[in-house]
Design a protein around this ligand. Structure first.
Ligand SMILES: [Zn+2]
Length: 211
């Protein structure tokens, strides 16, 4: 099963992706995580992506398409995968279509105000990568990682200003994606304002027949 996840920043794509990966034994491909890894390693690609991501913009199509193309060739993708963060534009979706057949595009839909609230409440551990949310998933001790006791930080792209820019980018560039997959007849839209477990259940119910 090959899936695409669409949703504004903080719509809960990562959380849902992890649940689905576990349930269906799929490879999890987060282009955001892959890019952040490149940034932290200081590779040429990472440096290119760094300034763009910090300002809330999108990494150029050619760059991200090349990364995904390499990634889906790997062995763990043979029995299926879930893409989180790609495609983000219609051009990217068309390129993906040329690479591989996609079974379902899942769109997690939620209002902007909720997204901004969640984005600015996010905290990340710079040491082990664990992520928290002051509203929905707080660490046991405020500001401290449960796993490794490191001090938590706010990612540069999780500030209010960057959050607003990311939402605008999403509306401008990614909403046509929703239309694109709707026309293909493989879009499943789910309400992203509900409980995490209910959203997961709704998705699994829809995908059941594909498994
Ligand atoms: Zn940690």
């Amino acid at each position: 099963m090959r899936l695409v996840l669409i949703g504004a920043p903080a719509a809960g794509k990562g959380t849902q992706a992890r649940k689905l990966v576990e349930y269906y034994k799929l490879a999890y491909i987060s282009t955001g995580d892959m890019l952040r890894e490149e940034v932290s390693k200081g590779t040429e690609l990472g440096n290119q992506a760094k300034s763009i991501m910090a300002s809330g913009g999108l990494v150029p199509d050619e760059l991200i398409i090349a990364i995904v193309q390499e990634r889906i060739k790997q062995d763990d993708c043979k029995s299926g995968f879930i893409l989180d963060g790609f495609p983000r534009t219609e051009v990217q979706a068309e390129k993906l279509e040329e690479m591989v057949h996609i079974d379902k595009a899942i769109y997690i839909n939620a209002p902007d105000e909720l997204m901004l609230q969640r984005i600015t409440a996010r905290e990340t551990c710079p040491k082990c990568g664990a992520s928290y949310n002051k509203i929905s998933l707080p660490s046991k001790v405020a500001g401290i990682c449960d796993v490794c006791q490191e001090g938590l930080i706010q990612r540069k792209d999780d500030t209010l200003e960057a959050g607003k820019a990311r939402l605008k980018t999403f509306h401008d560039q990614s909403e046509p994606l929703v239309e694109y997959y709707k026309k293909k007849g493989i879009l499943f839209e789910v309400d992203g304002t509900g409980q995490l477990e209910d959203i997961t259940k709704a998705i699994i119910q829809e995908l059941g027949a594909l498994a």
